[in-house]
Design a protein around this ligand. Structure first.
Ligand SMILES: [Zn+2]
Length: 493
């Protein structure tokens, strides 16, 4: 046996050699292509740093905040920015970076982004959601690619380019970057606490840029207001009874009447949108999100011959800042959940107070909408959770002017044009962002994420952003930073 093997070894070796050559010819280019397709750029490029940031799993319910904060701080250190890490809630750091201006007496600029992101269903993704895989056409796939880790890195890369390519440029006003936790769960341990902190007050912020949304067209979108979300739960009570009997005021009947009334209101708002008189974000949206009723009959059915004594439904409401919250509360109390249908409610509150609201506790029952974030009204039959304010501390709607009355707006708009871009008609954000916490303080704030020709994929499976769009955004921010930090007027806000 041994000699036979020895005899055939040269032939086998030749065969193996040819096999290896063939494999090298076939496999190596394919492997190289796969490498190109699925891995990242070297870490020392803007796209590489974007990919590194995306690889931190900051999705709820257990976002990793420590990793990205130290990563971002190391970038900031390389750019000689001032670095502060604030622990305003346990385990939830806020990173604050500063590029000091030559005149610190002038109101400063704050560019914000949030560290966290919404959860993922990995099985629904074409690439692992924290791999930051770049496809051959340049799309970078990751949760947070659009919402909103792109802007966080773009701010830093724009500063890098300004420092490296324009050594004679130095900002007149200070520019601060904040990276806050928990935006996706209401911002109460993030921006809400940050704006109350002495560190924030020391910044003397005159203008805020926060996240916006992608644009499917050529024009950049910009947002001047957010809608305030309310969560409404209506519970109906009634006498139980045999399912064969017709009687008034059963829980289900009462709930269904409310659902009909609410549906009619929804249609009236939606008709305005369909008629082209307002955009989706400019009306009050109300959408049913759950209905809970029935007497369970294990294993998975319901008792069919009994009318239940309780029934409830949940609704998501979104209010433009132009909404009168008191009128809305009246509508809910009188039409949507009226006493006449066993749906009365009393106000027993559990809330976090805004400092300016402490003195208003005595007005609680009649002016509860002044109590800002988050406000919970608990009662036996109806629960309303107000997650955001509609008015600023002066009682004005939370809207940032997008006309010449707001000098920041004019400078911002000119900077976009100088970058070769165009803004579409300013919009109200259909959802909510941290900008509302600064608007509430009377600070002008715009929502802006420089993504054109990009499908809107925030919170969706396969969230991604094209590398060319990401890189273009850096240029846009360079123009914005130069223009806003050089702006001499506006001594105070
Ligand atoms: Zn976001």
């Amino acid at each position: 046996m041994m000699s036979n093997i020895a005899t055939h070894r040269p032939l086998l070796s030749l065969f193996h050699f040819l096999l290896v050559v063939v494999l090298l010819v076939i496999v190596l280019p394919a492997a190289a292509a796969a490498h190109e397709e699925e891995t990242c750029e070297p870490g020392d490029t803007p796209v590489g740093r974007f990919q590194q940031y995306l690889r931190f799993n900051t999705a709820h319910p257990n976002p990793n905040y420590r990793g990205p904060v130290s990563f971002l701080a190391s970038i900031a250190a390389s750019l000689s920015l001032q670095i502060q890490t604030l622990e305003l809630a346990p385990g939830k750091p806020t990173l604050l970076l500063s590029w000091q201006g030559s005149d610190p007496s002038l109101p400063s600029l704050l560019f914000n982004s949030h560290l966290d992101s919404v959860p993922v269903e990995p099985s629904k993704w074409s690439h692992p959601p924290f791999s930051a895989t770049r496809s051959p056409d340049g799309r970078i796939f990751a949760r947070g690619a659009q919402d909103d880790k792109c802007i966080g890195i773009q701010y830093l890369e724009a500063i890098r380019n300004l420092k490296e390519n324009h050594p004679h440029f130095s900002p007149l006003r200070s520019l601060h970057l904040s990276f806050v936790p928990d935006e996706e769960v209401g911002g109460f341990d993030g921006m809400a606490k940050f704006v109350e902190s002495p560190e924030f007050k020391a910044l003397n912020v005159g203008f805020l840029l926060d996240e916006g949304q992608a644009s499917v067209g050529e024009e950049f979108r910009v947002f001047y207001a957010d809608r305030a979300p309310w969560e409404l739960v209506i519970k109906a009570a009634g006498d139980p009874g045999h399912a064969s009997r017709m009687y008034d005021n059963s829980a289900m009947e009462n709930l269904m009447k409310s659902v009909e009334v609410i549906s009619r209101f929804r249609e009236s708002q939606f008709d305005v949108v369909k008629a082209g008189k307002a955009s989706n974000s400019e009306v009050i949206s109300v959408n049913p999100v759950y209905v809970k009723a029935g007497i369970p009959s294990p294993p998975n059915g319901f008792v069919m011959n009994m009318q239940p004594s309780e029934a409830e439904a949940g609704f998501d409401l979104r209010m433009p800042p132009t909404t009168d919250p008191e009128l809305m509360m009246q509508k809910i109390a009188q039409e949507w959940a009226p006493a006449a249908r066993n749906m009365t409610f009393k106000v027993i509150q559990k809330m976090l107070f805004h400092y300016s609201c402490i003195t208003m506790i005595s007005f609680l029952c009649s002016h509860y909408y002044w109590l800002e974030m988050p406000m919970f009204i608990h009662c036996s039959l109806c629960v309303i959770i107000k997650k955001g304010p509609l008015r600023d501390f002066m009682g004005r709607p939370l809207i940032t002017a997008t006309n010449d009355s707001n000098p920041w707006w004019s400078i911002f708009k000119q900077a976009i044009e100088a970058a070769g871009g165009k803004l579409s008609k300013p919009e109200m954000l259909a959802s909510t962002s941290d900008a509302r916490f600064l608007r509430r303080l009377g600070i002008p704030a715009l929502g802006f994420s420089p993504m054109t020709n990009t499908p809107i994929l925030l919170h969706e499976h396969d969230e991604c952003l094209k590398d060319t769009v990401f890189l273009r955004g850096i240029e846009v921010y360079e123009h914005i930073i130069r223009a806003l930090t050089s702006f001499e007027e506006v001594e105070s806000v």
